[in-house]
Write a protein of this length. Structure first.
Lengths: 235, 235
DNA sequence: GTCTATATAATGATAGAC
DNA sequence: GTCTATCATTATATAGAC
């Protein structure tokens, strides 16, 4: 992915890269074909000449980013797995901000390619966990599929909420310093957990067993927080 | 918050609720004033008569949702804290989907009120952690501010990525069943952590100590994943 | 491939009647 | 408060010259 901000590119590629920047920064609906054309230094008509329509332009951007996340379009012909690519991008946020912003938009705006991208990330995380568990580095989890799913989303969080995270740390978005300060607390959570004992886990297990019979559907008859972990921060 | 989908409301409130639904579902830029008007059963002109402009309409929606998250606009005059409200909404996803969708849009589209909302959630989570630690239920964390920050984002994840999470579990978005199946794996993570020992934590501590002198800024001289936790799913 | 010019539709917003 | 009618602007998209 040497493309963005480079000049030795086909016009088509320059338009696509400009679109990725603008779609990622402002969102798809808020970005006009004219704005993309201006950013790419061409006429609006040429944008549509190359891509047919605004929607097809978006589809092309989606596909390009998904390919990039899979490790294609790379300097070398290296094919990495998607989670690794995301780690690499996050390790160099300044250089890969357009890609990261676009990733976030893909996932929150549910464009075409969003599902495929998310599946790739989950799959990659699943394989990672499998490997770590086999190596004795990670514990067995009660539900690999779900654990991998949420672990994936937690890994995506800095991409999607980077502005807020940075702001809370007095920085301008996801800077290197923000990432540095985030490392230990997150690793601490993943190493020691949060709770001093397993009372909530046990309580939740029992509560789930109790309601597992007459479940499925909605209309729960206990709207108040009875069996829930009192103020658990998740789910 | 008895408003949405109710009829005994002022026209202004009906318009605002319709806007919340549409902005939350389709996004702000992709929702036209006309669409809001139609959904509310009024003319486009009336929408602007009541709110002045589309932007001011959005601001009104933002404010209303922030108030709701703080526990105002409630059936009773109860003032809850924001994290608790979010838990309550998630416990009854079907009823509160518009609010949850709007929350997600606020945070990902960075509308007015987004920062205030996020600050409220973080503050609420911080207080929760403080209480749990004081009660001996939660461990001390290495950096309360950062831990609370990420814990907040992890709690928001089901709101923002609910469609993907549901889809991966064969459901249509964040249903009650999805939440039920999510409980144990997440609680397990928060109880036992993920790793079998603290090798990554120790390694990260050392790596951070090593680079803490010539840090601050970008231009890291080690682009490859040397000191990083090999395939850690976060940060 | 790239442009200018333009068709056509939709948008946010206003004016003024009731 | 609520509407109809309309304006000015902007949007996506097309036609056709070069």
């Amino acid at each position: 992915m040497r493309s963005i901000a480079s000049d030795d590119l086909t016009t088509r590629a320059r338009i696509r890269d400009a679109a990725i920047v603008l779609f990622g920064r402002d969102g798809f609906a808020a970005t006009s074909v004219r704005a993309v054309a201006t950013a790419a230094g061409v006429s609006p008509a040429l944008v549509l000449h190359h891509f047919g329509s605004k929607d097809e332009l978006r589809a092309a951007c989606d596909e390009f980013i998904v390919d990039a996340v899979m490790g294609h379009n790379d300097e070398l012909g290296i094919v990495a797995d998607s989670a690794a690519t995301m780690q690499k991008w996050l390790a160099d946020v300044d250089q890969f901000r357009p890609q990261l912003d676009y990733l976030a938009r893909m996932l929150t705006d549910d464009g075409p390619g969003a599902d495929r991208l998310f599946d790739l990330l989950v799959e990659s995380t699943t394989q990672m966990i499998r490997g770590q568990v086999a190596a004795g580095i990670m514990r067995e989890t009660p539900d690999l599929e779900v654990t991998a799913l949420y672990l994936t989303t937690y890994g995506i969080v800095p991409v999607i909420l980077g502005r807020q995270i940075g702001r809370r740390m007095g920085a301008d978005g996801m800077t290197v310093d923000v990432i540095r300060r985030s490392t230990l607390p997150i690793l601490d959570l993943y190493t020691h957990g949060l709770y001093t004992d397993d009372r909530f886990l046990v309580a939740a297990r029992e509560a789930l067993d109790r309601t597992s019979g007459p479940s499925s559907g909605k209309g729960d008859n206990d709207p108040h927080q009875d069996p829930d972990p009192p103020a658990a921060p998740a789910s």
